[in-house]
Design a protein around this ligand. Structure first.
Ligand code: NAG
Ligand code: NAG
Ligand code: NAG
Ligand code: NAG
Ligand code: NAG
Length: 429
């Protein structure tokens, strides 16, 4: 906010122009057919398909142009009973029984209140992030000059959101935010900023986060990121890439056929009052142009590296991948990585913010949950060749399936689960 304010003081004509544009935007919104500025955002599988309609004022914008919007999300309520010691990580187990692998995009309409999830692994994540920012921050956190305003807007948004959502950890100050548990104090009004903004953002939350900015060719480019705990990929390799290249360079199965068009359109259409979450079991929710898209959102890892999966090779080595991984280690070395992802647009800069929250647990622990070993084994057996290759299943499939089948048998013998018994259960299973 402060940087915009300073800009306006220096340039009254700019201020008038912005006010005129804002008024026009508000008028168009009021008189356009779209009813109400904020749509019902409660996730409800039985509601009609979500429409991401473009307001008339924006449908004609030229590629790469964004007219700052006067949108502020409602204040989030404090997270219920949140405590840095006792709030457990949410159990995302986003896999389904076979026989067919419908990895849809799994998009749901989210509520902006739920944007950032923090839990009792905060201090562990924070310590790992701190160490990595110190040792290799330049390659993990980067912002291109054309995305600096978006990165600052994101930082300001977090300094506003976090104290309201997690008041036992964050206090808003006149110059930014204090973390009263780690005793850090962030002054975000200094210029130049005391620290590259994506580093500061990395210290504030458990998520990794990236900003996509539309170029004058209408494509979205990865222009800013805080990618500190990625497991299998590197920001450096994808920085400045367009959306399509980001995915095809990672060999995401069926991206070209099933994902590309919808995803590209989606990045154009997402508005500041939308938030989309990808996690959990995929629902066949059809966002216009976005039906039944496929995408994997959980991974097996044959080591315990949250920040980097060292079994696929050293982080600094240029050629790593499942092909270099070791095979068939004992099941105690197998970890389950699931991701909760959200997308929203920054109203002032127009950048699209993509959050990736990683949940990371030993398979032996996850398999204690009723129905999980049976369901996970079934899901893994249903992967097609492309998905299996992407997920590196050759390196762990036999030992893992053997273990999961045994655990499933145990659950049946103990009477913990029954055939078809899961259907009536509410998430978490
Ligand atoms: C933060 O400061 C308080 C009070 O000085 C102290 O008790 C606590 O141990 C500090 N926390 C950390 C993580 O340094
Ligand atoms: C924050 O930065 C501003 C701008 O440099 C400075 O004037 C102010 O004293 C700083 N405030 C604190 C609390 O550090
Ligand atoms: C993305 O960039 C690549 C390489 O620069 C280019 O070949 C490709 O056509 C671009 N994608 C689209 C959808 O234009
Ligand atoms: C997970 O998905 C189920 C439907 O499959 C839904 O009812 C539930 O609310 C979702 N859980 C979370 C935490 O979003
Ligand atoms: C989801 O979509 C697929 C493909 O259209 C369909 O076959 C499947 O039955 C749908 N699943 C649900 C739960 O509606």
């Amino acid at each position: 906010m402060s940087s915009t304010a300073a800009m306006f003081e220096e340039d009254p004509i700019l201020l008038c122009l912005v006010i005129a544009i804002l008024l026009a935007t508000i008028l168009v919104r009021t008189y356009s057919s779209r009813s109400g500025p904020v749509r019902d955002v409660s996730p409800n599988p039985s509601s009609p398909p979500t429409q991401l309609a473009l307001p008339a004022s924006l449908s004609k914008r030229s590629p790469g142009q964004w007219i700052p919007m006067d949108f502020k999300a409602p204040d989030p309520p404090p997270y219920p009973d949140w405590d840095v010691k006792t709030t457990k990580p949410l159990p995302y187990r986003p896999f389904k029984y076979g026989p067919t692998y419908f990895v849809t995009m799994g998009l749901r309409k989210g509520n902006l209140d739920d944007w950032i999830e923090l839990d009792n692994e905060y201090l562990k994540f924070h310590a790992i992030k701190k160490e990595r920012i110190e040792s290799r921050g330049d390659s993990l956190c980067k912002t291109a000059p054309e995305a600096l305003d978006a990165a600052i807007e994101l930082l300001e948004l977090l300094c506003d959101y976090l104290p309201k959502r997690y008041p036992s950890m964050f206090t808003k100050t006149g110059v930014g935010v204090d973390n009263i548990i780690t005793n850090e104090s962030f002054n975000i009004t200094q210029r130049p900023l005391l620290e590259e903004p994506m580093r500061t953002i990395g210290r504030l939350i458990q998520d990794d986060i990236a900003i996509m900015v539309e170029g004058s060719d209408g494509l979205s480019y990865l222009k800013s990121g805080s990618i500190i705990l990625p497991g299998f990929w590197k920001l450096e390799e994808k920085f400045n890439m367009n959306l399509s290249d980001i995915h095809t360079s990672g060999d995401v199965p069926q991206f070209r056929e099933k994902l590309e068009r919808g995803m590209v359109n989606f990045f154009k259409r997402v508005m500041p009052d939308d938030m989309v979450i990808r996690h959990n079991v995929s629902l066949n929710l059809s966002i216009r142009d976005f039906k039944n898209l496929q995408f994997p959102q959980y991974f097996m890892q044959v080591d315990d590296g949250l920040a980097w999966s060292h079994s696929i090779g050293p982080e600094d080595s240029p050629h790593v991948g499942w092909f270099t991984a070791e095979k068939d280690k004992v099941v105690e070395n197998h970890w389950f990585r699931s991701e909760r992802q959200t997308l929203r647009r920054l109203p002032r800069s127009g950048g699209v913010v993509f959050t990736i929250r990683t949940y990371f647990h030993p398979v032996t622990e996850v398999a204690k949950e009723p129905y999980v070993p049976g369901r996970l084994a079934s899901a893994i057996r249903s992967w097609g060749d492309d998905v299996a290759k992407y997920k590196g299943s050759e390196k762990y499939k036999s030992i893992l399936l053997n273990f999961l089948d045994q655990e499933n048998e145990k659950q049946i013998d103990l009477g913990l689960i029954s055939e078809g018994g899961e259907s009536h259960l509410k998430y978490p299973y």
